[in-house]
Design a protein. Sequence first.
Length: 332
Amino acid sequence: MNKKITIFAVILIAIGIIGTISSSIAAVPFATNYINECAKKASEKVTIYEKQVDVKQLDIDTKNINVEVKKSNSDKLKIVQVGTLNNNTLTIDNKENTFDIKQNEENRHIDMEIQGFGDAVINMLNLASNKIIVYVPNNVDIQAKTRYGDLIITDKDVLNERVTFSTEYSQITLPKEVKSLENLTISSNGDINLKASEILGIKNINISTTAGVYLQSMPDDVFIENIENFIPETFNIIATKYSPSINIESTVPIAKKLNIDNKNGMTYLDLPTDKYNIEFNLDASENIYFEDEQDNNQEPMKKFNGTIKQNEENQNKYNVDIKSQIINIRNI
């Protein structure tokens, strides 16, 4: 139902961009039938590959295709294309236990001032349904490179030891449950958005970006008992451009060792300092703010080492090391 609503909304946007459609009664049935046919093709699923293979690593190289990775219900690796309107071509190769999927051609955006209504509708639907689903029969390492396509990992059972995602401006989505993953590496020129539940069970996380990082505990996050057993060992964030913003808001510690290198930007942390022993090593070039403090730095504070609140019941310690232009610490 949600998919149908999304497709219908995309069609309405396309209509608005193109201009006012004639209200001629004769044109209405044609437009309605055409739109229905396009919507049907946009949601069709076509299997383009299905074979029993021995695979340990999945390599993905796409430009504008969203890729979803799911667990196969058989011993075969299967690739399903969502929508039959686009003209994507893929090169598929399996060599030495590495399965390669590479997009050959990028869909071109249609010039709506030149193309007609029908071509523009097809183009908008392509943008909404440009996706392949890869069903893998066993646990694999995943290495994905994309420009504008998201990487969506639906099932934790497909994960082996590492996931590497390199993108221009797209997102990665991970299962919102405890995983068993050694390394997650993300590099991007755009904002990176993660939920706290997505990183549970990952041992080491490394993020490099020229934009912002946003990590939150969401209302729909499901946390488990003994959650501290599944908190990452290390979480490293490096912001490489001027004035990026890093925002972390979580009801549990993000990692046993959280390192943030954001020398030219602003870093905001909302952490449960009243429930966990969090040791801060803060270094700001301009100022450090503690929102719970009434006098709150009448004079600029540029360094801080220590805990904000000591929790004697919880003996576990978590370290937060930040280098930033401005640091703002809040207690969630």
